[in-house]
Design a binder for this molecule. Structure first.
Ligand code: DX5
Ligand code: ZN
Length: 221
């Protein structure tokens, strides 16, 4: 087993009427963290969950909680998400009024600060801020909805981020998000991603089995 590869279930594809059961399955599958997609209907067209739901999730599990904020001006809500019990906050640079200030605020809350890059956001746009980041999330679909197909060829971007890190002497975990399944997981792992977010591929059918299949698909990479 590749101990360095982490499978991170995205709750967006779970059945929200039985969230507690779905989360229990994620724990049974041996995952360490949950990916929570927060969408505001503004930065992206869809609306999903907010701090109220996350607070209830926090009461049910000890899993690490990563909030992926697809929200305009996320700086307005950082305290709320911290209070709800998240461990990491992942933001999009173009959504912030002052990105670096927002990153500092996240860190001050004793929360891991991550940056998410949409497919159209070039790697050069993070050149001057990457050294402040504790996680790089590369979107492999256009943010907004679960269950979309992986964008072919986006591995190049993972390699570009790795090269930028090498250039700067940094080692930051690279996470991918969108369209990850047993076919696309080997591609992103080969390119250098170590954290794989997956929603549809995990919550369609048996969660424990699906996580196992995903792990197996990257075992020999
Ligand atoms: C998309 C979200 C993803 C999504 C991934 O905007 O950021 O986290 O839930 O879901 P799948 O794996 O179904 O593409
Ligand atoms: Zn996400």
């Amino acid at each position: 087993m590749r101990e360095d590869i982490e499978i991170v279930p995205s709750l967006l594809s779970a059945d929200f009427a039985i969230l507690a059961e779905e989360i229990k399955k994620v724990e049974e599958a041996g995952c360490k963290r949950l990916h929570l997609d927060v969408m505001d209907g503004n930065f992206v067209p869809n609306i999903t969950m907010g701090p109220v739901i996350i607070e209830s999730i926090r009461r049910r599990t000890k899993l690490l909680l990563d909030a992926h904020l697809m929200v305009q001006e996320p700086e307005r809500y950082l305290d709320d998400f911290k209070r709800a019990g998240v461990n990491s906050i992942i933001i999009h640079q173009e959504a912030c009024c002052n990105f670096l200030k927002t990153v500092q605020q996240i860190k001050k809350l004793d929360t891991v600060a991550g940056i998410a890059l949409r497919p159209g956001t070039p790697v050069k746009s993070i050149k001057d801020v990457i050294q402040e980041m504790e996680l790089i999330l590369i979107m492999t679909v256009e943010p907004g909805f679960g269950g979309q197909p992986y964008m072919a060829g986006i591995e190049k971007k993972i390699i570009e981020v790795r090269n930028l890190m090498k250039e700067k002497g940094l080692e930051i975990p690279i996470e991918v998000d969108g369209g990850i399944n047993t076919e696309t997981a080997p591609l992103v792992v080969k390119a250098g991603a170590t954290r794989l977010v997956a929603g549809h591929a995990i919550f369609t059918g048996d969660v424990v089995e699906n996580v196992e299949k995903l792990r197996h698909s990257v075992e020999s990479i």
